[in-house]
Design a protein around this ligand. Structure first.
Ligand SMILES: *[C@@H]1O[C@H](CO)[C@@H](O)[C@H](O)[C@H]1NC(C)=O
Ligand SMILES: *[C@@H]1O[C@H](CO)[C@@H](O)[C@H](O)[C@H]1NC(C)=O
Length: 504
């Protein structure tokens, strides 16, 4: 409670200053005034009054000593940037205090890093069991929106991220390099959700024709908060707030607001520069960062709440899994990466052989099938879409037909059929209705809601003709084969090593 009160007393003058300061004060040197007020409130003596990047960091105790220690890694990754003009604004919302937060901040001895808010209260419990507590993400986004408001007024680029993520050393340099006129810079990124409907472990393997990391398509299920760099002046001028997206979220929880925000910005003609197959952002945990951190990736179950997307474990833990879980096997993945383009803490992830655990029956309905169903059509990477379609046709022809009908703008009634096609069908049907309404209203352009926003995306990803589809399938088959080849059974390797030694 004391911490909350401290925050409120810190916030009010700042917000009053930013929001409703007298016009005369604003007319004077606003940045300078803000600067001195900031120093007064935080007790700091100096601050770069005009950093180019403002990084809003959402963190909690789990990123500290009693968790994965991710916050130190993130802050180091900021300090290592080749562009040094940034400020990091930290915030915490949780029921458990982040005890070493202030030690961490002190340890860095960097005036650019400061704690904006630390809200600790029972009502801010993030999880109920393994699921998100209702309201948690909404409140977190509202606090995030407030933190965004206190970025220095001169901020050019806004990055909103979580305290366990990590940036390549040249991240800000790459953003600065896109040239003038961009409102949004999107980077591809390492993520546990890379090709979630492809076979376990293989989904991370490098092969020609497959993505270097998770493709950032600025779409729900295909993006992440920390992978998008936002033009701050336009964002603030348009009064954009993550916490206000409930009206257009079509019933999706606030944890999905990052993707929805990006889709809305795109729908409002924000100019996007996409750095394709460049992976200067690591959304932790990912197989790749697990590999360069010396861990073992556990890809046995990527759909349950507890391990959604997979997890990174220690060698010791992996060994005990292999002893206890008879269905598990270990393989080595030659992990996809962007080669020599980006470096994390000075290390370029060029050739990554990452140990990976999976179910021996990883191609079965009970493993791959469950993942395909869980992640649904809107989450499929485009290289996996033909395979997804085929699977859908096999297990749920009714859903597939309803979806096809909805995409054709007919038979919207069937769109609610339960099954694989449900989500995409619903999106397509609602989008078709919205398009009809817009047309009736004289073609006025205005995004209706989340579901309407899916339509263009979804249609553009569906291969038009069979010839096209076959072509894609051919390419994919080759890529998949290469990916499977890039995955070695640990046993085979050991055997080879044994033979080699024998021959020597
Ligand atoms: C977040 O703020 C908006 C107003 O911008 C409000 O409507 C909403 O209820 C708030 N969400 C939560 C969970 O407090
Ligand atoms: C990556 O390597 C290629 C070939 O060795 C080189 O041409 C290119 O300049 C390198 N790119 C970067 C960003 O280092």
């Amino acid at each position: 409670m004391a911490q909350r009160l401290m925050l409120v007393s810190l916030l009010l003058p700042l917000l009053a200053l930013l929001g409703s300061s007298p016009v005369e004060a604003a007319k004077k040197n606003k940045a300078g005034l803000w600067h001195s007020e900031y120093n007064k409130l935080t007790g700091r003596s100096s601050r770069n009054a005009s950093p180019e990047f403002c990084v809003v960091v959402r963190t909690y105790w789990g990123h500290g000593r009693s968790g994965d220690g991710g916050l130190r890694r993130l802050l180091r990754s900021l300090q290592r940037q080749s562009v040094q003009s940034w400020e990091a604004v930290l915030l915490v919302l949780d029921s458990r205090p982040f005890e070493d937060l202030h030690h961490i901040v002190e340890e860095f001895q960097d005036d650019r890093i400061w704690v904006f808010a630390e809200w600790i209260d029972k009502q801010f419990t993030p999880k109920q069991g393994v699921e998100w507590a209702p309201g948690y993400h909404g409140t977190l986004y509202n606090l995030t929106d407030d933190a965004i408001q206190v970025c220095p007024p001169t901020t050019k680029w806004l990055v909103v991220t979580n305290g366990d993520n990590e940036y390549a050393d040249n991240f800000m340099q790459l953003v600065r390099g896109v040239g003038p006129g961009a409102d949004l810079v999107a980077v591809d990124f390492y993520s546990r959700f890379q090709r979630p409907t492809a076979p376990s472990c293989e989904r991370f393997a490098a092969a020609p024709g497959l993505p270097a990391c998770k493709r950032n398509r600025l779409r729900w299920c295909h993006t992440d908060l920390g992978a998008n760099v936002i033009a701050y002046p336009r964002f603030v001028q348009e009064n954009r707030r993550f916490g206000a997206l409930a009206d257009v979220s079509g019933g999706l929880g606030a944890e999905h607001f990052d993707g929805i925000m990006m889709q809305l910005l795109m729908a409002s003609s924000w100019k996007v520069q996409h750095l394709h197959d460049t992976c200067p952002f690591n959304h932790a945990p990912s197989l790749q960062s697990c590999g360069w951190g010396g861990g073992v990736w556990d890809d046995r179950d990527i759909v349950s709440w507890a391990t959604a997307g997979g997890r990174c474990i220690s060698r010791e833990e992996a060994d005990s899994v292999l002893r206890e879980d008879e269905e598990a096997e270990e393989v080595t993945v030659a992990a996809s990466n962007d080669g020599n383009v980006t470096a994390y803490e000075g290390v370029k992830p060029e050739q990554m052989a990452v140990p990976c655990l999976r179910k021996k029956a990883y191609m079965s309905d009970g493993v791959l099938g469950v993942a395909v169903e869980w992640f649904n059509a809107l989450c499929v990477d485009d290289v996996d879409l033909p395979a997804f379609r085929e699977w859908q046709q096999l297990v749920d022809p009714a859903g597939a037909a309803a979806e096809a009908a909805a995409l054709g703008g007919e038979g919207g009634d069937d769109a609610a059929t339960a099954g694989t096609g449900e989500l995409a069908a619903r999106a397509a049907a609602i989008a078709a209705e919205a398009a009809a309404r817009r047309e009736a209203a004289g073609g006025e352009h205005e995004p209706e809601d989340f579901w309407a926003l899916q339509a263009g995306f979804y249609q553009e990803e569906v291969p038009a003709g069979t010839a096209h589809q076959q072509q894609e399938q051919g390419d994919l088959a080759a890529a998949e084969q290469a990916a499977a080849q890039a995955v070695h059974q640990e046993e085979q390797q050991l055997e080879q090593q044994h033979h080699q030694r024998h021959e020597e």
